[in-house]
Design a protein around this ligand. Structure first.
Ligand SMILES: Nc1nc2c(ncn2[C@@H]2O[C@H](COP(=O)(O)OP(=O)(O)OP(=O)(O)O)[C@@H](O)[C@H]2O)c(=O)[nH]1
Length: 316
C-alpha cells in the first residue's frame, strides 16, 4: 500500500470511528435512513429510548442494523406509541417532502414522553441523501413542567384553584353558558372576623381553619363546581348549571356546614362562620367580573346584616 493510500485509509477509519463514537456518546437515539428507506446508521440509544431489545429485531445483524430496512424497527417503535397512526402519517409526510423539518413530542404507552427531531440530509451537490431522526427521552422534564403547571394554578396553602386559574376556568364557563343557554352562578364566601381567629389562636391555627374550610366545601360541591381562593380569607365558588335559587341554597348549605365545623388545633377547638353573597350571569354581563361585583355587593350586605348569613344580589 502506498503511503498516500495508507494515509487516506487511516483517515477514513479515523473518521468512521469518530462518527461512531459521537453517535454512541449522544444522549439522543439517532437513526439515519437513506432515500430508499434503508438504515445508514444508528446508535444503541435509539433502541433504549423505545425500550426495544435488540433481539426483537429480525435478522443476523449483531446489533448493527446498517443496511437493513427501517420497516422492522419502525413497526416495533409504533407498537410502543400511544398514537401510532398519527406517528406513521407524520413520518410519511416527512419522507414525502424532504424540505420539511419536524420537532414534536411522542407519548409512549409506558407513560414516558419522547421528543423527536428530524431533518433531511443533503449532499454537497444538493442531492437528497435521506433523513436523520433524533429521539430524546424528556420524561423528567415533562414531569417538572406538569408539577409547575399544577403549582401555577393552585393556592399553595389550601390546594384549591388560585385567582388566576379561577379566571381561566370562568372564562370558559361563561362561553359555555352563553353557547348552550345554561345558568351560571357564583357565590363569594368570606370568613367572618378572621382577624380575631388569628389574634386569638395564632396564624398557623388560622391557616388550619382555611384548609379545613376548603376541604369541607370540596365535599359539598359538584364535580363541575370550582372553588377558588381569591386572597386572604376570601373565596369564590363558580357554579355552572346553577340558577339563582340553586346557588343561594348551595351557599346556605356551605354556610351552615361552616357554622357547625370545629377545627382542632392543639388544645384549641376553633369555631368559625362564613358570610356569602350570590349572583348569576345575565345576558348583559360582559364577563365574570361584573357578576363577581354584584356577588361582592351581596356579600357586603351579608356582613352588614350581622355576618353568618347569605344574601342574593340586589334585584335590577
Ligand atoms: N392565618 C392566615 N391569615 C390570613 C391569611 N391571609 C390573610 N389572613 C388574615 O385574614 C385577616 C382578614 O382580616 P379582615 O380583612 O379584617 O377581615 P375579618 O377579620 O375576617 O373581618 P370581616 O371580613 O369583616 O368579617 C387578616 O388578619 C389577615 O392577616 C392566611 O393565609 N393565613
Amino acid at each position: 500500500m502506498s503511503a498516500d493510500l495508507h494515509r487516506i485509509t487511516t483517515k477514513r477509519d479515523f473518521d468512521r470511528s469518530l462518527i461512531e463514537a459521537i453517535h454512541e456518546a449522544s444522549p439522543d437515539g439517532i437513526l439515519v435512513v437513506d432515500d430508499q428507506g434503508m438504515i445508514v446508521s444508528h446508535n444503541r440509544r435509539l433502541f433504549e429510548v423505545f425500550d426495544i431489545p435488540l433481539e426483537a429485531l429480525p435478522g443476523d445483524h449483531g446489533g448493527n442494523l446498517s443496511g437493513y430496512s427501517e420497516q422492522a424497527p419502525l413497526a416495533l417503535a409504533m407498537d410502543r406509541l400511544e398514537a401510532p397512526e398519527a406517528f406513521l402519517k407524520r413520518t410519511q409526510e416527512l419522507y414525502d417532502d424532504p424540505s420539511m423539518e419536524d420537532h414534536c413530542e411522542l407519548s409512549l404507552k409506558d407513560g414516558r414522553t419522547l421528543e423527536r427531531f428530524s431533518k433531511a440530509l443533503w449532499g454537497n451537490d444538493k442531492r437528497y441523501l435521506g433523513r436523520v431522526w433524533f429521539f430524546r427521552d424528556i420524561t423528567p422534564r415533562k414531569e417538572v413542567e406538569r408539577k409547575l403547571e399544577v403549582l401555577a394554578r393552585r393556592d399553595p396553602l389550601t390546594g384549591v384553584a388560585n385567582r388566576r386559574h379561577f379566571f381561566e376556568l370562568s372564562g370558559a364557563e361563561v362561553a359555555r353558558a352563553r353557547r348552550y343557554g345554561t345558568s351560571l352562578s357564583l357565590a363569594m364566601l368570606d370568613l367572618d372576623h378572621f382577624k380575631q381567629i388569628n389574634d386569638r389562636f395564632g396564624h398557623s391555627a388560622g391557616d388550619r381553619v382555611l384548609i379545613n374550610f376548603c376541604n369541607d366545601v370540596a365535599t359539598l360541591l359538584r364535580e363541575s363546581d370550582v372553588l377558588a381562593r381569591l386572597g386572604g380569607e376570601e373565596f369564590v365558588v363558580l357554579l355552572p348549571g346553577s340558577d339563582p335559587d340553586g346557588a343561594f341554597q348551595l351557599a346556605e348549605r356551605l354556610r351552615g356546614h361552616a357554622e357547625k365545623a370545629i377545627v382542632e388545633e392543639g388544645e384549641s377547638r376553633i369555631r368559625y362562620t362564613v358570610s356569602a353573597g350570590v349572583a348569576s350571569l345575565t345576558p348583559d354581563d360582559a364577563s365574570i367580573e361584573t357578576v363577581m361585583g354584584r356577588a361582592d355587593d351581596a356579600l357586603y350586605a351579608a356582613k352588614a346584616a350581622g355576618r353568618n348569613c347569605t344574601r342574593h344580589e340586589a334585584p335590577r
